[in-house]
Design a protein around this ligand. Structure first.
Ligand code: 3PG
Ligand code: MG
Length: 398
C-alpha cells in the first residue's frame, strides 16, 4: 500500500504553504491534555516540514461541535499543548478560513507553525462542501494528511482538499498504513484477531467481516456474553444484548463456513456488583449464577487464548476482554497483553492494536511498547479492520 500514495519524500515544501491535517482530538480535562499520544505522533512530520523550510499550517477538528463556533471545542488550548511538545511557538488563528486565517498565514516565515481553529466550526467541513473545500485549498500550496485516525471521515479537511492540491501522506500516516498493511493486507498466517469491548452492536460489521479474513477470532468482554447467551448458556446479570442472539448465531455460522475458529470464554470471573474491589469467583460459563456478572475472563480462557496466540504469526487486537478499568477485573486483559507483547519481543509474531480503550489497557499493562504497532485510531482502526476503504486514505492514492 505504501507505494500507492505519495509521501513527504516527494514533497517540495521549501518556501511553500503546507496545509497539514493532523488529529488533535485528544482527551482533555479542564483545558489540559490528559493523553498526548496523538500530538506526539505528528511531531516528526511538523518538524520535518519546518526544517525543510515549509510554512506549517495545521488543520484539525476537535470534538463534535454542531457546525458553529463553540468555546468548549476551541482548539486554542491545543496550540499551547502542541507548542510545548514541539519546542517551538505555534501561532493560532481564530478561524480556519477567511480573513483571520489569511492574515495569520501572511504573517508566517518559512519554518513557522500555525494552528487554525476547529474545522468543524463550519458546516461545510462535515458536508465536504465544495465551497468550503475551495476556501481551505486557497490557503495552501500543497496538502499533507497525517491524521489516519480521522481518515474514515469524508470531510473537507480530510478528503475534499486532497483533490484540490498536490496531496501527500505525512510520516505518521505513512507509518500507520505500512504497519496496518503488514497486519491485514498480506499477513503472515495464522492470523488471530482479538475483539473485545462492551457491545456486539457497535462491532457487528467488524465481526462479520473478520471471520472471512482471519484464521481465529477471539471474542471477549461484554460482547462475548451475547454469543454465550446465543448458545443457550446462562449469563446471569452480565452485560448482554439478548436481542442480538440471532445475529450472533449468524456470525458463528459464517465463521464455520469460512473455517475461522471462534474462541469464546470457557470460564469467567464473576462478581455481584460492578466495583473494583467486589468479591469475585471463577465459574465455568455453563454455571454462571443467576445474580452474577461476568467481569473478566478466567484462567482457563486465558490459557486457551494464549495457546492460539502461540500458534499465530499475526495478531490484531481491538477491545479489552474484561472490565479492565476495575482493578479486580483487569487480570485477563493485562495477562493477554503481556503474552502478546512477549511473543512479539521474541520475534514470533507481528502484533497490531488500536482503539482508545485498547491503548489504555496496553498502557495499564505496561506493554504498549511491546507491540509491533499501536494505532492512535479508534473508529478508523475498526473500519480498517473491517476491510472498508477509508476516504482520507483513498484520496491520497496516486
Ligand atoms: C476520533 O477521535 O475518533 C477521530 O478524531 C475522529 O473523530 P470523530 O469520531 O468525531 O469523527
Ligand atoms: Mg471516533
Amino acid at each position: 500500500m505504501s507505494r500507492t500514495f505519495r509521501t513527504l519524500d516527494e514533497a517540495a515544501v521549501a518556501g511553500k504553504r503546507v496545509l497539514l491535517r493532523v488529529d488533535l482530538n485528544v482527551p482533555m480535562e479542564h483545558g489540559a491534555v490528559t493523553d498526548a499520544t496523538r500530538i506526539d505522533r505528528v511531531l516528526p512530520t511538523i518538524h520535518e516540514i519546518a526544517r525543510k523550510g515549509g510554512k506549517v499550517i495545521l488543520l484539525a477538528h476537535f470534538g463534535r461541535p454542531k457546525g458553529g463556533p463553540d468555546e468548549a471545542n476551541s482548539l486554542k488550548p491545543g496550540a499551547a499543548a502542541l507548542a510545548e511538545r514541539l519546542g517551538q511557538p505555534v501561532a493560532f488563528a481564530a478561524d480556519c478560513i477567511g480573513a483571520a486565517a489569511g492574515a495569520a498565514i501572511a504573517a508566517m516565515n518559512d519554518g513557522d507553525v500555525l494552528l487554525l481553529e476547529n474545522t468543524r466550526f463550519h458546516k461545510g467541513e462535515e458536508k465536504n462542501d465544495p465551497a468550503f473545500v475551495a476556501e481551505l485549498a486557497k490557503l495552501g500550496d500543497l496538502y499533507v494528511n497525517d491524521a489516519f485516525s480521522a481518515a474514515h471521515r469524508a470531510h473537507a479537511s480530510t478528503e475534499g482538499v486532497a483533490h484540490k492540491l498536490p496531496a501527500y501522506a505525512g510520516r505518521a500516516m505513512q507509518a500507520e498504513l505500512e504497519a496496518l498493511g503488514k497486519a491485514l493486507e498480506a499477513p503472515k498466517r495464522p492470523l488471530v484477531a482479538i475483539v473485545g469491548g462492551a457491545k456486539v452492536s457497535s462491532k457487528l460489521d467488524l465481526l462479520g467481516n473478520l471471520v472471512s479474513r482471519v484464521d481465529a477470532l477471539v471474542i471477549g468482554g461484554g460482547m462475548a456474553n451475547t454469543f454465550l447467551n446465543a448458545q443457550g448458556l446462562p449469563v446471569g446479570k452480565s452485560l448482554c444484548e439478548k436481542d442480538l442472539a440471532e445475529t450472533a448465531r449468524e456470525i458463528m455460522a459464517k465463521a464455520q463456513a469460512a473455517r475461522c475458529a471462534v474462541i469464546l470464554p470457557v470460564d469467567a470471573i464473576v462478581a455481584y456488583h460492578f466495583a473494583a474491589n467486589a468479591p469475585s469467583h471463577a465459574f465455568g460459563v455453563d454455571a454462571i449464577p443467576t445474580e452474577g456478572m461476568m467481569l473478566d475472563i478466567g484462567q482457563l480462557s486465558i490459557d486457551r487464548i494464549a495457546a492460539s496466540v502461540n500458534e499465530a504469526q499475526t495478531v490484531v487486537w481491538n477491545g479489552p476482554v474484561g472490565a479492565f478499568e476495575l482493578a479486580g477485573f483487569s487480570h485477563g486483559t493485562f495477562a493477554l497483553a503481556r503474552h502478546v507483547a512477549q511473543r512479539t519481543k521474541a520475534g514470533k509474531l507481528v502484533s497490531v492494536a488500536g482503539g482508545g480503550d485498547t491503548v489504555a489497557a496496553l498502557n495499564g499493562a505496561g506493554v504498549a511498547d511491546g507491540f509491533s504497532y499501536v494505532s492512535t485510531a479508534g473508529g478508523a482502526f475498526l473500519e480498517w479492520m473491517e476491510g472498508k476503504a477509508l476516504p482520507g486514505v483513498e484520496a491520497l492514492r496516486r
